[in-house]
Design a protein around this ligand. Sequence first.
Ligand code: SF4
Length: 231
Amino acid sequence: MHATPFELLVAVVLSAQSTDKGVNKCTARLYPVANTPAAIARLGVDGLIPYINSIGLFRNKAKNVVALSEILVREHGGEVPRSREALERLPGVGRKTANVILNTAFGEPTMAVDTHIFRIANRIGLAPGKDVVEVERRLEATTPAEFLRDAHHWLILHGRYVCVARSPKCGECVIADLCEYRDKNLPAAKPSAVARKPVAKSPTVRPPARAKGMQPMAKTSRAGARRGRSR
Ligand code: SF4
């Protein structure tokens, strides 16, 4: 939950290896107290930790959030810069976080490739690439411009809830017919009602028992024919 680019930036930095729910709980307590670079810088690391110590790596995250807040105050007039280079120079901000800020806070058509998007882009055949930068470039090149702002969120949700890492839910996937993954996790086809119905066994047709002394038909016929020719 964020109301400003700075609130989004802090939430994304806090979110590494943590759930959205956990981060939202922290920021719901923190932002009413401090939601600007100047206020977080004033809190300092020890003042920030009590608000975020329920999430993983909180000490390191506290150091990064305070350090980036100080840089924003000192070098950017307390604003989040709208530049990839400036964003990536902030502590705790890598390419993915910079892309999220550029996309979500500033409306830039960037594609933040996280672990989910990297996996599904390769698995589905949507934008195969050996690293996140290659996947990012392919997705940016192939996604229609009008969808570029939202595609990042849709792909993350698809990877998080449907095309999950271990056992993708192919049986309920709306793009199963378009997906190129060869090992789809589809439920085995149920046999149809007709196929399940036991088929009545046809009675074995046996030739009628031959009466004692009776010749087989073929022999009888051939014998009759011979008799006819001899007449
Ligand atoms: S069909 Fe399966 S592997 Fe393909 S996108 Fe859907 S869930 Fe993922």
